[in-house]
Structure formats: C-alpha cells, structure tokens
Design a protein around this ligand. Structure first.
Ligand code: SF4
Length: 306
C-alpha cells in the first residue's frame, strides 16, 4: 500500500494526550502553524475509530460545541485530512490493533469543505489508498442540504446528520444552520434522496441536552420526523465544556427517550462520552482563543434549563 511507504509532509505531531479510558488526542501542527486535533478511540469489541478534523475551527456556531466557538479559520486540504488517519495507523496500530473505522466528526463541518472531504474519503476507501470499507467511513454534517445531495450522489461512505432538535424553534437556536435549511427541508431531502439510493442508511446524531431537547414529546416528535427515512439513531451524552451553559441529560432519562424510539420500531444506540478528561470527546475539540463567535440569545422558555 502506497501509504505504508509515503513521506508524510502536511502534518507534524505536536503532542499526544492520553485520556483515562484509553482515548488518545493527537495535536497536529500544519505548515502555517495552525493546530488541529484528531482523536483515536479504542473499543473493547476490537474496533478502533479515528475521528478526523476537516477544518481549523468551524463556521456553523452550534451552541453546544466548543469548536464552534472558534469560528472558521480555514479548510483543511485533502492531504491534511488523509494524513490524520495515516498517522493514527502508524502511531497506534501496534497498541490497539488495526484502525477499523474513520469518522469525520472532529473539528469542522465536513460538508462545508466538500471538495476536499470527497477526495479524502475516496482515498480512504480506495484499495490503493487506505482501503477502508465505505461502510466504515462516516462523514457527518450539521445539515447543509445542497452538499448532502452532492455527497449522496458522489460517495458511498456513510452519512451522519446531526439533528439535535425536533422543532425549528430549538434547532434555529442551537444549530443556526437550521435558519437556512430547516427541519422540513433537511428531512424531506433525505427522504427523497434515499429513495433513489438503494440499501443505504443514514445515521441521525442527537446530543441530549437537559431540559432543551430531551422530553417525552421530543422523543415522540423525533420518531414522527424520521418516519420513512432508512436510518439509525445515535443518542449522545453531552460533554460539558468551559463556556457552555448546557447540561447533560441524566442517564435514566436517555434510556427512557431511547425506549420511546425503540417502541416506534427505530434502531437506536446510546453513545456514552469517551475521552472527556482530555477534552477529546465529541464537541470538545479546539482552542477558541480570544476571538470567539457570539452565543445566541436563549429563547425565553429555555432559560430555566440553562
Ligand atoms: S457541532 Fe460540528 S458543525 Fe456544529 S459547530 Fe461544532 S464542529 Fe461545527
């Protein structure tokens, strides 16, 4: 395989941080001095996942996300994305066994950098490249509708859509991209596109925020919203970080929420937090610095929840 012998030039390892659960965060310097973060997550069932970044910072300003505070600094090149997975293999395969999965869930909105993400994911699944199965490479998005259509037409890798709310009122607040592409447009597009893409399943990611999106009514609405879309749902425990006012939903409430979805026939996984003592967990990557995107006004009825 070419990548076993190639010189890696786009990235330089700056530091490696170890979380107590075995998760590793690699800090890479780019040629211009920017720093990006990549997370390697070993799992007891023989699976090891590398979570790669696609941008320095992010423009989407999701209110629960640490990276979102940074604003967008720049898009990563195809090489800078692919090398994160190559380095993860070289650094950790002896310790953890082979890297089995790649997720584009690090810093950045992958589909905002769609040209380079499509090229990088194609190299990751090419037999002359990293030779992952397309089913083991997952690209996430906050819901950029035109780019979702393009991705579904041009790639066979897995798509994960961060949904995180069941009403436009809440999603407009916590994920401002919803003001441009609302729930009806986003889910209608997926329903339509997946009708044409046989045997393809989309993943919905749903970060559980106490008092914001975790009610019984939310669970029932979520089941209604995704009806007719071939999908699986990941319920994700929120990782608190400095500057965030959101609180995690208690475990028993996550289970209650999950059970409502299961009763409706949905396939649901609960993802517990990994790597949070080294800020290596979902939504915790990056270093906002002095300049930060503004937090948005909290709708009045949710002010008590924060
Ligand atoms: S959750 Fe993803 S899309 Fe939203 S601000 Fe964070 S990195 Fe960007």
């Amino acid at each position: 395989m070419i990548t076993d012998h190639a010189d890696l030039q786009a990235l330089t390892v700056k530091d490696i941080l170890n979380a107590s659960d075995g998760t590793r965060k690699i800090l890479f310097s780019l040629e211009d001095g920017s720093v990006i973060e990549t997370v390697v997550i070993p799992c007891s069932r023989g699976r090891t996942t590398v979570c790669v970044s696609s941008q320095v910072g992010c423009a989407m300003n999701c209110q629960f996300c640490f990276t979102g505070r940074m604003g967008l600094r720049k898009h990563l090149s195809t090489a800078e994305i692919v090398e994160q997975a190559v380095f993860a293999r070289r650094l950790f395969s002896d310790e953890f066994g082979s890297i089995t999965n790649v997720v584009f869930m690090g810093m950045g909105e992958p589909l905002h950098n769609i040209d380079n993400v499509l090229k990088a994911s194609a190299i990751m699944v090419d037999e002359q490249g990293l030779h992952f199965s397309p089913r083991k490479v997952t690209v996430s998005t906050s819901g950029l509708v035109p780019q979702i259509k393009r991705f579904l037409h041009e790639s066979n890798c897995v798509l994960a859509v961060s949904l995180n709310a069941t009403t436009d009122e809440v999603r407009n607040w916590i994920m401002p991209i919803n003001r441009k592409y609302n729930l009806s447009l986003l889910l209608g597009t997926l329903r339509e596109e997946l009708r044409l893409k046989k045997k393809y399943i989309v993943f919905f990611e749903y970060v559980m925020l106490a008092g914001v999106n975790d009610s019984v009514d939310d669970a029932k609405r979520l089941a209604d919203l995704v009806r007719g879309i071939p999908c699986k749902i990941n319920l994700i425990s929120f990782n608190p970080h400095s500057g965030s006012k959101f609180k995690p939903t208690p475990d028993e409430k996550i289970i209650e929420f999950r059970n409502i979805l299961i009763q409706d026939g949905l396939v649901v996984f609960v993802r517990l937090s990994r790597g949070d003592d080294q800020m290596a967990a979902c939504g915790q990557l990056g270093e906002p610095g002095d300049y930060q995107l503004p937090l948005l006004r909290v709708p009045e009825k949710f002010q008590v929840a924060l």
